[in-house]
Write a protein that binds this ligand. Structure first.
Ligand SMILES: Nc1ncnc2c1ncn2[C@@H]1O[C@H](COP(=O)(O)OP(=O)(O)OP(=O)(O)O)[C@@H](O)[C@H]1O
Ligand SMILES: O=C(O)C1=C[C@@H](O)[C@@H](O)[C@H](O)C1
Ligand SMILES: [Mg+2]
Length: 170
C-alpha cells in the first residue's frame, strides 16, 4: 500500500505567502502543489467569500476540517492550509507527525500583502485591526503545530523557498 504524506505542510496567517511560496516550492521539488482553500472551493462549487455569505463561517470551518483531513491523507507534495485551519483542535491534532513549516509574517508586511482584504472575507471590514487580532490569536497555534519556522517579513518568495528547501534537506 502506498502511503501519501505531504513533503511539507505550510501554515501561517493570511498574506504569509503560503500559496505563493507553496507553488514555487512544489515547482522546485517537482511535486504537486495543493491548497485546502482551493479544495474547499471545488467541493462547495463556489468561491470562499460566497461560502461565508451563503452558509456562514461555521459551515466553512466544517468544510475546512474535511479538506485538511483528506489532503493530509492523500497529498504527496506541498500542501498549503488556509490561514485559519490551525484554529480547530482536530486539525492541529492531525498535523502531529507531519513536517509543518510556519511561514511567519507580522502586521506591517501582512497588511501590504492582503490588498485590503479582497477575496478574504474575514478581512472585509477593518483589515488592519482584524489582521492584528488574527495574528495575536493564532501565533501560538502556528507555533504549536510547526516543526520549523521561516520568517517572511522583508524577504522575497524565492529567498523563502531556498530556506525551506534547506530545511527539508533538498
Ligand atoms: N515574501 C513575499 N514578499 C512580498 N509579497 C509576497 C510575499 N509572499 C506573498 N506575497 C504576495 O502577497 C499576496 C498574498 O500571498 P498569498 O496569497 O501567497 O498568501 P497566503 O498565505 O496564501 O494567504 P491566504 O491565507 O489568504 O490564502 C500575494 O499577492 C503575493 O504575491
Ligand atoms: O484566516 C482565515 O481564517 C482564512 C484564510 C484563508 O486562507 C481562507 O481559508 C479563508 O478566507 C479564511
Ligand atoms: Mg493562500
Amino acid at each position: 500500500m502506498t502511503v501519501n504524506r505531504p513533503v511539507c505542510v505550510l501554515v501561517g496567517a493570511p498574506g504569509a505567502g503560503k500559496t505563493t511560496v507553496g507553488r514555487a516550492l512544489a515547482g522546485a521539488l517537482g511535486v504537486e502543489f495543493r491548497d485546502t482553500d482551493e479544495d474547499i472551493e471545488r467541493m462547495a462549487g463556489k468561491p470562499i467569500p460566497e461560502i461565508f455569505v451563503d452558509e456562514g463561517e461555521a459551515h466553512f470551518r466544517a468544510l475546512e476540517r474535511a479538506a485538511v483531513a483528506a489532503a493530509l491523507a492523500s497529498c504527496p507534495g506541498v500542501l498549503a492550509l488556509g490561514g485559519g485551519a490551525v484554529l480547530a483542535e482536530e486539525n492541529r491534532a492531525e498535523l502531529v507527525g507531519h513536517t509543518v513549516v510556519y511561514l511567519s509574517v507580522e502586521l506591517t508586511d501582512a497588511i501590504k500583502r492582503v490588498d485590503l482584504g479582497v477575496g478574504r472575507p474575514l478581512l472585509a471590514l477593518n483589515p488592519r485591526a482584524t489582521l492584528r487580532y488574527l495574528l495575536d490569536q493564532r501565533r501560538p497555534f502556528y507555533q504549536e503545530v510547526a516543526t520549523a519556522t521561516v520568517v517572511t517579513d522583508g524577504r522575497d518568495p524565492a529567498d523563502i523557498v531556498t530556506e525551506v528547501l534547506t530545511l527539508l534537506d533538498r
